[in-house]
Structure formats: structure tokens, C-alpha cells
Design a protein around this ligand. Structure first.
Ligand code: AVI
Length: 315
């Protein structure tokens, strides 16, 4: 059994207000649901960033400041199926840039599929997959002292509280050299009418994705959550710029979890907070990187200005 999972679930459900960490969304079923989310009409994030990678490829290449005649390493944190990155890789390959692509992911299966796909689609590309924790892999690459560009796309940073996002960027800096770059993809603050449906789609896929966390606790920790007595509840205010996902108890109830040996009571209407998805503007990015070694070099937007890829330069 996963001890961390057990301990974090116990801690979150014993707190007031209750919470559960969003990193546990991603079991096999959660991964598949997230792929469905990315294809939903309401979930504009993936399409907006793909548009940047498709239509502004040259701008991206110019901004990361790489040269055709000198080697660099292109590292991607959480590469997934690489759909967006492939647009950039194809162009770099076409223009004869000299680089290796290091996709890092927790899932060795995702990396295997990505490598096979890249080998057929961009046969000249040198791919070096790395399975594991981002920072352990980055530390192992640090010794090479080669110029590096690190991709962290999809507004994945938005699932971190600002303080954690700062630490994340700070730690990236500790594993990089002056002049190295981060290509950071973030969703931008915008009207509720656009953001909220992305987290509350008509088909109910996001609801399933959120509630799957309870199902996972049932399966892995021997709990008896009745999913019919809980509901997905997203929130967003443009002022705060943070989409929040909660699970609400629709009745007064008690749930037992065998693995923790505890029971947890829920009042009708009580919320379990499961995820934040922060949206950004220049000021928020400036605040997050203020005490790191990075500065904003460029910002590239999609045509609707929904999403931004920031190029951060290590001083
Ligand atoms: C992975 N991450 C950037 C997604 C987001 O938009 O925060 C996760 C997600 N949660 C609900 N829908 C998508």
C-alpha cells in the first residue's frame, strides 16, 4: 500500500476544512479521464497552447535563443503524449538544430509510447527518455553543463499554490546554469464565463475526474465512499484568478477507511477541497519568480490571448 497516499488522505480528511491532494487524481482511470478533458470543447487550455506551438513555432525557437551550430538539451517535465512539443521538435529538426530531447515523466509506459511515436514521426530526433522524479532527473543532467531549455507546459504549475510554484522555479534554477531557459505554459486570468465551463463541462467528465479520487480511496485504501452522495463543485472568481474544485457531501454521512482505521463524518453541504488551477498575469508571474534567478524574457500568446508561454531566463 502507498503509505504517503494513506497519510495524506487521513490528514486531509481530518482537517477543517477538508482537503485531498490533486496529485492523486492520476491513476490509470484518472489519466484516461484527463485525456478526455483535454479534448472537451470547453477545455480551451490544451488547444490554446497547441495553437501557439503550431502558429508561433519560429517565435518560440527565436525566444529560446538556441543556435544551429551549438549543442543544447531540450528537457520536458511531464511530457505526456508530446502533442504540442512535437510541433517544436519537427521544426528544430527541419532546421538542423543540434540537440537531444529528454522527456521526463513518472510513467514509464507514457515514455515508451512517446519514444516509439517520435522514432517513427521524426526519425532523426535523438530522444533520451528519463523516468522518475523531475528534480532527481534534473540533478543527474546538471553535470553535463550543456545549455538547457526546460519545458513545463499545460499550466501544470497552476495546480501548485503560489509559494510552492516559487519553490519549484527556484529549485529548477538550482539545477540550471546562467543563460538556461524555462518555457513555462500558463493559463491567463479571464472571465468566469470562459474559465468555469472548462472545469464544469456539460458531459460531466470533469465531475468524474474529481470523484474518481474517492473511488481510488475506496479501492486502494478500503474505504466505503458512496459516490452517489457526493458531487463535483467547481468555483472561480476573476478577481482571485483561481479555479477551485471541490467535492460536496450531499447528505450527513460517515465514511470508514480501513487502511487508516478511522471514520470521517461529513455534514450535508460540507466541502472537500481537491484542486486549485491558478490563472496568471504578468504581475503574478513576476511575483512568483521575484526571489529566484529567473527573469521574464518573452511572452507568447495564442490568438485569443487565453494562454501564454513565458520564456524565463536564468540570470
Ligand atoms: C493538469 N492541470 C493543468 C489541469 C488544470 O486545468 O488544472 C487539471 C484539470 N483539472 C480539472 N480539469 C483539468
Amino acid at each position: 500500500m502507498n503509505e504517503n497516499f494513506k497519510n495524506e488522505v487521513h490528514k486531509g480528511l481530518s482537517s477543517n476544512p477538508k482537503s485531498l491532494p490533486s496529485k492523486y487524481f492520476y491513476d490509470k482511470k484518472g489519466d484516461a479521464l484527463f485525456v478526455e478533458i483535454m479534448n472537451l470543447p470547453e477545455y480551451y487550455l490544451t488547444r490554446s497552447e497547441l495553437e501557439i506551438f503550431q502558429n508561433k513555432t519560429q517565435e518560440l525557437i527565436d525566444s529560446i535563443g538556441v543556435q544551429t551550430d551549438s549543442y543544447f538539451e531540450l528537457i520536458e517535465l511531464g511530457a505526456g503524449d508530446g502533442t504540442k512539443t512535437k510541433e517544436l521538435l519537427r521544426e528544430l529538426d527541419k532546421q538542423n538544430y543540434n540537440f537531444d530531447y529528454f522527456p521526463i515523466d513518472i510513467s514509464s509506459n507514457a515514455l515508451k509510447l512517446l519514444e516509439q511515436d517520435l522514432n517513427t514521426q521524426i526519425p532523426n530526433l535523438r530522444v533520451q527518455t528519463r523516468q522518475g522524479d523531475y528534480f532527481e532527473v534534473l540533478a543527474s543532467l546538471k553535470n553535463s553543463k550543456q545549455p538547457k531549455v526546460v519545458l513545463f507546459l499545460g499550466s501544470n504549475i497552476g495546480n501548485m499554490q503560489d509559494q510552492m510554484a516559487f519553490k519549484f522555479i527556484y529549485n529548477l534554477g538550482a539545477n540550471l546554469q546562467p543563460g538556461d531557459k524555462i518555457l513555462l505554459g500558463v493559463d491567463l486570468i479571464k472571465a468566469k464565463e470562459i474559465v468555469l465551463p472548462a472545469y464544469n463541462d456539460k458531459k460531466g467528465i470533469t465531475a468524474k475526474f474529481n470523484l474518481n479520487l474517492l473511488d481510488r480511496i475506496n479501492k486502494e485504501l478500503g474505504a466505503n465512499f458512496n459516490l452517489n452522495h457526493f458531487e463535483h463543485q467547481p468555483e472561480y472568481t476573476e478577481k482571485e484568478g483561481i479555479a477551485k474544485s471541490c467535492i460536496v457531501s450531499t447528505t450527513n454521512q460517515t465514511v470508514e477507511i480501513n487502511a487508516t482505521g478511522n471514520s470521517y463524518t461529513f455534514a450535508e453541504g460540507e466541502k472537500i477541497h481537491t484542486e486549485i488551477s491558478r490563472k496568471y498575469n504578468d504581475q503574478l508571474i513576476e511575483n512568483i519568480i521575484a526571489n529566484t534567478n529567473f527573469s521574464i524574457q518573452t511572452k507568447i500568446l495564442d490568438s485569443k490571448a487565453y494562454f501564454a508561454d513565458y520564456i524565463l531566463k536564468r540570470d
